[in-house]
Design a protein around this ligand. Structure first.
Ligand code: PNS
Length: 158
C-alpha cells in the first residue's frame, strides 16, 4: 500500500490544499494530512480546530486520514509507516524554501522522499495567510475556502 504524508500548518485549510489532497489520493492509496501543532506561530485556529475543519472537508474519503503532530516531520512520517512527503508548490518563490526543507529532511531520514505537486492553476495565488488577511479586511474569499472554513472565520473574526 502506498502511503504519503501531506504536512502543513493548515491555518486554515484552503481550496488549494484540498486540490493537492485530491490529487494525492489519485496517486497514493492512503494520504495522511499532518497538521503541525505550531502554537508558537500563534495560529488563528487551534490544532484541534484545524483538524475538525479538515475532517469536515475531506473526511468522507476513506483514503484520507487527518492527524496532528509535533516535533520533527520525518519522525512523524516514520511513525506513520509512510515514506513519502507531499508538498504543493505554487510558484517559483515557494521552491527555495521547499528545496531546503526537502534536503534537510533527506539528511535527517534518507528513506523519506519528498514529492512536489502542482495545484490547479486557479489556486496558485492562494495561501492561508492571505485568506486571513483578506477576510479580516472584508474581502470575499468564498470561492477559495470550503464552506466550513468560511463559517468558522465568520465566527472567529467578525
Ligand atoms: O504549511 P507550512 O507552514 O508551510 O508547513 C511547514 C511544515 C509544517 C511542513 C514544516 O514547518 C515542518 O515540517 N515542521 C515540522 C518541524 C520540522 O521537521 N522542521 C524541520 C523541517 S526541515
Amino acid at each position: 500500500m502506498t502511503k504519503a504524508v501531506y504536512p502543513g500548518s493548515f491555518d486554515p485549510i484552503t481550496n488549494g490544499h484540498i486540490d493537492i489532497i485530491q490529487r494525492g489520493t489519485r496517486i497514493f492509496d492512503h494520504v495522511i494530512v499532518g497538521i503541525l501543532m505550531n502554537e508558537g506561530k500563534n495560529p488563528l485556529f487551534t490544532a484541534e480546530e484545524r483538524m475538525h475543519l479538515i475532517r469536515e472537508t475531506v473526511g468522507d474519503n476513506p483514503n484520507v486520514e487527518v492527524r496532528t503532530f509535533s516535533g520533527l516531520l520525518v519522525n512523524f512520517v516514520n511513525e506513520t509507516g509512510a515514506d513519502i512527503v507531499v508538498r504543493g508548490i505554487r510558484a517559483v518563490s515557494d521552491y527555495e524554501y521547499e528545496l531546503q526543507m526537502a534536503l534537510m529532511n533527506r539528511e535527517l531520514s534518507p528513506n523519506v522522499e519528498t514529492l512536489f505537486m502542482l495545484p490547479s492553476v486557479e489556486y496558485t495565488y492562494v495561501s492561508s495567510r492571505l485568506i486571513k488577511e483578506v477576510f479580516r479586511l472584508g474581502g470575499d474569499i468564498s470561492d477559495l475556502v470550503p464552506p466550513a472554513v468560511l463559517e468558522r472565520l465568520h465566527a472567529k473574526l467578525r
